[in-house]
Design a protein around this ligand. Structure first.
Ligand code: SAM
Length: 215
């Protein structure tokens, strides 16, 4: 699927609906649990937070969680349908706002919010320049904390995919990855320290969940 096709799919109302359904499936619940466990440990260190940008917010899966840590939340996504879904699923929840934008072009000032939260976007970004710009934007907009996922180039899942592709056994597109060294270098250049960046699962997932703080 090309990037415009994927974006169109997300933007479409059925895309938002499908994504919401997906989260009720078992494997999703499992990775959800692991994510929450890691996030609980991160937020134990963060404590309370005044403002958070949730980009991409999807249907608002993490918005109540961010609010439970005291944050006023700005929900942002490329997809207008996803943003509409947030209002539909959480009609009475007060928000800092809802904003339609790209993950690599965030229309906010430097250090505009205390925490930037970007779950499961990086691996959708097919263009390596855009993938890099997305991470740079997260660091630019965060006053103190950044939490995000990316797909690790050296993960077992990616290595298997690349080997299968080289042997002609795999017709799928290569994964949209970043190297861990590259992510650490970007954090450092932006004035951040990465406290933790574990894999979501060692086998079966190539995602890392990064927890970084401005130093
Ligand atoms: C896998 S979902 C993750 C949503 C949410 N963070 C979560 O974990 O439930 C990916 C989301 O990214 C949005 N998206 C895809 N490409 C985007 C882009 N370039 N900029 C901003 N949002 C994008 C989609 O509309 C979709 O809501």
């Amino acid at each position: 699927m090309t990037l415009p096709e994927r974006l169109a799919q997300y933007h479409a109302a059925e895309g938002a609906e499908e994504y919401l359904d997906e989260y009720h499936k078992f494997h999703r619940k499992l990775s959800d649990r692991r994510e929450h466990k890691l996030l609980d440990a991160y937020f134990a260190q963060v404590g309370g937070v005044a403002t958070a940008l949730d980009l991409p917010c999807g249907w608002g899966r993490y918005m109540p969680y961010l609010r439970s840590h005291g944050a006023e939340v700005l929900e942002a996504d490329y997809s207008g349908s996803m943003l509409a879904k947030v209002a539909e699923v959480f009609p009475d929840t007060p928000l800092l706002g809802r904003m339609r934008c790209f993950g690599h072009r965030i229309p906010l000032q430097n250090r505009a919010v205390e925490l930037v939260f970007s779950m499961r976007l990086s691996h959708h970004l097919a263009d390596p320049v855009v993938r890099r710009e997305h991470i740079e934007e997260l660091f630019r907009v965060a006053d103190r904390w950044v939490i995000f996922t990316y797909f690790d180039r050296a993960s077992l899942k990616n290595l298997i995919r690349r080997a299968a592709t080289a042997l002609g056994l795999n017709k799928k597109h290569p994964k949209n990855t970043l190297s861990r060294a590259q992510v650490h270098a970007m954090a450092k250049a932006a004035g951040f320290k990465i406290h933790q960046d574990p894999m979501l699962f060692r086998v079966g997932s190539g995602h890392r969940l990064v927890f970084a703080e401005r130093v």
